[in-house]
Design a protein around this ligand. Sequence first.
Ligand SMILES: Cc1ncc(COP(=O)(O)O)c(C=O)c1O
Length: 480
Amino acid sequence: MTTKTAATIGAGLREDGAISDAIGTILERAAHYNDQITDTKAADPGLASDFDAMLKRAGENKGRGLLYPSLQTGAGNGALVEMEDGSVKWDMLTGIGVHFLGHGNPKVLEAQLRAGIMDTTKHGNLQTSYDAFEFGEKLVRLASRSSNLKHAFLTTSGAMANESAIKVCYQKHAPASRVIAFSHCFMGRSVTMCQIGDSAGGRQGIPLSTQVDYMPFYDPAVAERMGGETKFIDMSVNHLQDYITRYPGQHACFIFELVQGEGGFNVGTRDYFKALMDVCKDNGIAVWDDEIQSFGRTEEMFAYEMYGLGEYIDVFCVGKMTQACATLYTEQYNPKPGLLSGTFTGATADFTVGNALLDELEHGGYYGKDGKFAKHHALFREQVKGLMEKHPDWFPARPDNGELVGGVGGMMRFTPFGGDKAKVMKACRAAYDEGVICFYCGHGPFHVRMLPPLPVFKEEDWGRVFGCLERALGSVASGS
Ligand SMILES: Cc1ncc(COP(=O)(O)O)c(C=O)c1O
């Protein structure tokens, strides 16, 4: 289906052969530089003083020093990224899950260049080109293959997508004002989302105006201690029923982060989520699925597909790797006019790159038990296992006896040093210095987390990444 009218000046601009040739030339020149990046590299001592000055200025501007000395030059190749100190690193974090197609990817560059010839940078709800709807349509088409999601409201951040989602739920179930969420969930940094997100530091000093009831997220170690998954499910369903009895008719929604990100890359089970969603359906509570971190990365494009729970989803949020963020909802949850709007829906490049990403995910052969992401995940686990066998003293049991390696698909975590916060953070920082960008997750125990650019990451490169990680963990273990 064509989304552009042919007989316009704009069509001429978009389809201009000379512009296409020029874009081709730019891509060739960009590749000339990016292709020179083929391996990690230590920082160049000759750039140290300039780099330190940049970091200092950045810190002064922000009001606090940067967590990582991370300033990119704009050049990169696949999973490798160049820094202003001349170093090259494996980017196993990708801006906390944003640059899923890696660095210097010609498909991304082309989408950005094509966006660059448009007459404006940003689009809004009142005035826009069709690019925004092309992205929204694609998202809805993919989402509705196994759910009833029908409409998409576009916005600029995950937190704003969640803000729209909660408003949709509140309006549909007014005057219900309570929210149910999982322990350790993360939802963004707005005043409302930081109250729901289960992190004390994230809401320190913020007046509490949102009433949240917390449910336990599925925990296989606890389930085992209780005597099995069914016992854990029964306990949780009772817990949920207690809330509903305590506050009858007062819950607008249950927010499901089906694979927890910040909370520790925790994965649940279909039966667990289904049991809770059944209670929601029986009690008129919206099922809201926040896939801002997990979308695209699990063994199916949507985490609800992986769990086979699409029919339950009323409201859904996506962001990060999609560049443009969105709230999707079913026909029943389509809000009344006036509830959702805003100056920006996004920049043209958000939509053109978002479209390129969705095409790549749809056609890349990534999903399913035998898909490329599942294979990468298995290779990641093999590497961790190898490290554990070689250095068992770096991997003592966690205080809660949980698994030392976990996650699913492109959400990968492992737990050295018993999940001790100081040591895990030190390990991440040492990894950075050794040439691997990763970060921590969890609220105790803490884990090393990775969100690698899987579509462009080569299977044979896992050994190279773990070579750097082994040196990093070794330095923490030896206290050097
Ligand atoms: C599950 C989840 N929801 C919401 C957000 C907030 O997204 P943003 O940082 O784009 O506002 C995040 C970000 O990490 C997230 O992981």
